[in-house]
Write a protein that binds this ligand. Sequence first.
Ligand code: NAD
Length: 292
Amino acid sequence: MTEATTANILDGRELAERVRAKLVSRIESLRTEGHEVRLDAVICSGNEAGEVYAASQERTCRQMGIDYRLHHLSEDVSEGAVVDTIEGLNADAAVHAIMVHMPLPSQVRSDLVQSAIDPRKDVEGVNPANIGNVIYGRRSLMPCTALAAMTMIESTGVQLRGRVAVCVGASRIVGRPVAVLLIQAEATVISTNVHTPDLAAMTRQADVVISAAGVPNLVTGDMIQPGAIVIDVGINRVKDPKTGRTRTMGDVEFDSVSRVAGWVSPVPGGVGPVTVAMLLRNTVEAAERAAG
Ligand code: NAD
């Protein structure tokens, strides 16, 4: 039997639902003013996981009144043709939100494609101009996973100013944008990576730990300060040695951490659903800005 949980569980599905409910009224206001909210996604054949994600995006968008359009390219498409597609969408005034399903075929450089997206339409926040804007304190569209982690912290009601936050992992898509957003919120930020000599010594100082390393059970209860907020961004597919079944788990050892932390986000059902909600929030925001 496991011991009783003390931490508050940050339910990502419930939070995502609340975010979507607020967006519906913004979508309706735009429609009343004659503006349709639209999301244009680009996908190359052979991306099976992307197709599944796109189908679920389409369903959610339809339910919310967002016009979702998927642009299919072939698996042997040239890099130039992908960039041409993006530039066509950039130039189309009816399009205000663009995303590209990853991974792209090996002959297409993803960073080149991401940089081609008009920063005002870049609802995944993958164009380097958007993170640059945040550093300069300008309004911009931020990477959805980083926004999701911040939204989860916000949902606890704990103010970040004056707190110590530790980011476990410093990737371009999650760890670094999260660190920038935490700095923006005036937290004291420690960014760690695989070469950090004593990770536990860092996390034990933290009021907030955000783990995006992609290492199962990396963050354990003995590494956490009592009452801390622990956000688990990791999505790891792990084979259970007992059952032989593959299951999804995060970076955080949930049982031990939930006995010490004040708040912890589970995997699945934590950051993942909120990330999808952030993509939709960015889409609505891009539409509002386009509408002036
Ligand atoms: P990445 O491999 O690009 O980067 C991992 C980072 O973690 C690197 O900076 C590396 O130095 C660091 N790291 C690895 N081991 C470490 C250790 N022992 N101590 C400290 N730092 C360590 O990964 P990524 O693309 O940022 O993804 C990270 C995880 O987040 C993955 O599990 C991924 O599936 C997940 N992810 C989740 C979402 C979501 O929406 N929930 C989105 C993107 C990525």
